[in-house]
Design a protein around this ligand. Structure first.
Ligand SMILES: CC(C)(COP(=O)(O)OP(=O)(O)OC[C@H]1O[C@@H](n2cnc3c(N)ncnc32)[C@H](O)[C@@H]1OP(=O)(O)O)[C@@H](O)C(=O)NCCC(=O)NCCS
Length: 150
């Protein structure tokens, strides 16, 4: 699919940027995420080393991305893309961003997490060369882990 517009990835560092991103509208999907999208939960992620980015097109936040380096691995996860912006190929740009971040950190392994029942994200991971590690997390083991070695 042809990309409709480019995404900009802005790291949320200041308190106000984190607060703003915590208000990003993910309500339709909270039950499929491994945590609910609240300011407290996001702050906990940042405290444990996750870097938070807003994913922006035309001044609108369409998703949020989290990355965390651990040794030779970059852990990655993202919120769903805002409903009105799905189907634009943005998820491919998010995947490319992960690989660019991995290069910046000089790590060769990218780990990604997605809900076990999200067949679209599963197809996306497979088409980008990710393999299931066999690990699962979350309350009902509903978050599955994927790896890509660059
Ligand atoms: C799933 C998601 C990551 C796809 O991102 P996107 O940028 O909106 O999707 P696109 O339509 O551009 O498709 C990107 C890739 O996702 C996968 N995909 C999207 N729709 C798909 C479908 N109906 N079946 C299988 N794979 C699909 C494909 O790998 C596709 O790549 P391709 O277009 O090269 O074949 C994104 O829509 C999302 O976060 N969705 C929220 C969760 C969800 O699935 N919601 C739907 C039910 S409410």
């Amino acid at each position: 699919m042809e990309d409709k517009g480019s995404l900009v990835f802005k790291e949320a560092k200041k308190e106000e940027e984190v607060v703003n991103l915590s208000k990003f509208d993910v309500q339709a999907f909270t039950d499929t995420q491994d945590f609910s999208w609240t300011l407290d939960n996001i702050k906990k992620e940042i405290k444990t080393g996750w870097k938070l980015y807003s994913v922006v097109t035309d001044d609108e936040i369409v998703a949020a991305v989290l990355v965390k380096r651990d040794g030779d691995t970059l852990h990655t996860k993202n919120t769903p893309i805002k409903m009105a912006f799905q189907g634009n190929g943005f998820s491919h740009q998010i995947k490319n961003f992960y690989e660019e971040e991995a290069e910046k950190f000089n790590v060769r392994k990218v780990i990604n997490y997605c809900p076990v029942d999200n067949f679209r994200m599963i197809a996306l991971n497979e088409s980008h060369g990710y393999k299931r590690t066999g690990n699962a997390f979350g309350n009902n083991q509903n978050i599955i882990e994927w790896v890509k070695v660059l």
